[in-house]
Design a protein around this ligand. Structure first.
Ligand SMILES: Nc1ncnc2c1ncn2[C@@H]1O[C@H](COP(=O)(O)OP(=O)(O)OP(=O)(O)O)[C@@H](O)[C@H]1O
Length: 373
């Protein structure tokens, strides 16, 4: 990763303290974390909307803020685009005027995206004469994103841009974000509560908790960490929260409606359209969706059969057990989690160290949507 944004923010507000160091290159870095973790405060500090007590923000090598160097650039001098949860458009201005507002300030900047390109990218052409109160939530968000892009930013901050939208509208706007992802060579910090959204859009993840970074790195590395799963999905080892395995892989071949994805656990067949050879997919496998066989199965509709060794069996109550499985072909692959009944463990004579064949139905690997690189 070639670093574009390097920041260290130390800030206190009331009882809350933020102390976060991060780096980001071009592409989308998703910021995940429980409510109150400090995600918005971090974006506000990078944008210059709050003045941190200590730290620095360097963008493309330029200091925007540094307590050591006594530098403070105001928000309007930072060349940072900010997309808020609600688009915050000027209600008395048309879409065109709202878009032009961001552009006016940046018109002299050589790397500014051409107006027509932004209009096309976000399909805003038919909306230009309308006022914001005649736009749907998704359309408003597209205008908000367009306005941020037209300000010729070197960094795009997006604070839960889809959170105020219902699932249908969210589905409508995601392809636009996909297109942005492919087209722009900008670093984007993207705050979301939605893990599937980050699987679809992000290249890297930063998980925050109580004002600190709990984990950062690739999607597969971060989301398989137990402390991250506890933070995002609830306590691991408890019947009420179910472990998940995340596997990232590249598409080896795409037939009409199934694709082969090569992961550390081997090749998976997944149902997929709109996927091309070379695309990256992140598979999310819920523990209860994994069945186990003690012998290599034959004559099954399930096509994703793998070979594994049982590392650990934990009883989680309500007659259920969680099993941690090591990939037989690659010990460094993420652990695969399976949840089966205690009765099945007993009947099959499963114990730690034993070999099993996990079975995962192709149909459950349908989500989430495609991302392309
Ligand atoms: N001006 C302030 N004075 C005191 N506390 C503040 C102030 N601003 C934010 N906080 C506190 O700082 C913490 C972090 O807030 P922040 O909005 O950054 O969290 P978040 O991770 O974005 O949460 P959410 O996901 O709910 O939007 C919260 O506990 C919040 O109450």
């Amino acid at each position: 990763m070639s670093v574009r944004l390097a920041a260290h923010i130390r800030h206190r507000a009331g009882d809350f303290s933020l102390d976060v160091a991060l780096q980001a290159g071009a592409g989308i870095t998703a910021l995940l974390g429980p409510s109150g973790a400090g995600k918005t405060m971090l974006l506000n500090a990078i944008a210059g909307l709050i003045r941190p007590h200590e730290g620095h923000v360097h963008l493309n090598g330029r200091a925007l803020f540094s307590t050591a160097e006594k530098i403070w650039q105001p928000p309007e001098a930072r060349q940072i685009g900010y997309v808020f949860q609600d688009a915050k458009l000027f209600p008395h201005l048309s879409v065109l005027q709202n878009l032009s507002y961001g552009r006016a300030r940046a018109s002299a900047v050589p790397h500014a995206l051409p107006f027509d390109e932004v209009i096309e990218l976000l399909a805003l052409g038919a909306l230009l004469d309308r006022r914001p109160h005649h736009l749907s939530g998704g359309e408003k968000q597209r205008v908000g994103i367009g306005r941020a892009l037209l300000s010729a930013p070197h960094l795009l901050l997006m604070d839960e841009p889809l959170a105020s939208l219902d699932p249908k509208r969210r589905g409508e706007i995601l392809p636009f974000l996909d297109a942005l992802h492919q087209k722009l060579k900008l670093p984007v910090l993207y705050v979301t509560h939605n893990v599937d959204e980050s699987l679809r859009l992000a290249d890297r993840l930063i998980v925050m908790d109580k004002g600190r970074v709990a984990a950062q790195g690739s999607i597969e590395a971060v989301l398989n960490e137990e402390n991250v799963q506890s933070l995002l999905f609830g306590q691991v080892g408890d019947v009420t929260s179910e472990p998940v395995t995340f596997l990232s892989g590249r598409c080896l071949s795409a037939l009409e409606d199934v694709a082969e994805i090569e992961t550390a656990w081997g090749t998976f067949l997944i149902p997929a359209r709109h996927i091309a050879k070379g695309d990256i997919r992140h598979l999310r496998i819920q523990a209860r969706e994994v069945a186990l066989a003690t012998r290599k199965p034959e004559g099954l509709s399930i096509q994703n059969a793998l070979k594994a060794r049982i590392k650990k069996i934990t009883s989680v109550g309500s007659g259920l057990c969680d099993l941690c499985l090591v990939c037989a072909a690659d010990e460094k692959a993420p652990l695969l989690r399976a949840r089966i009944t205690r009765r099945a463990v007993y009947t099959l004579g499963l114990e730690e160290g034993a070999t099993v064949w996990p079975l995962i139905k192709t149909a459950v690997l349908a989500r989430p949507g495609p991302i392309t690189q």
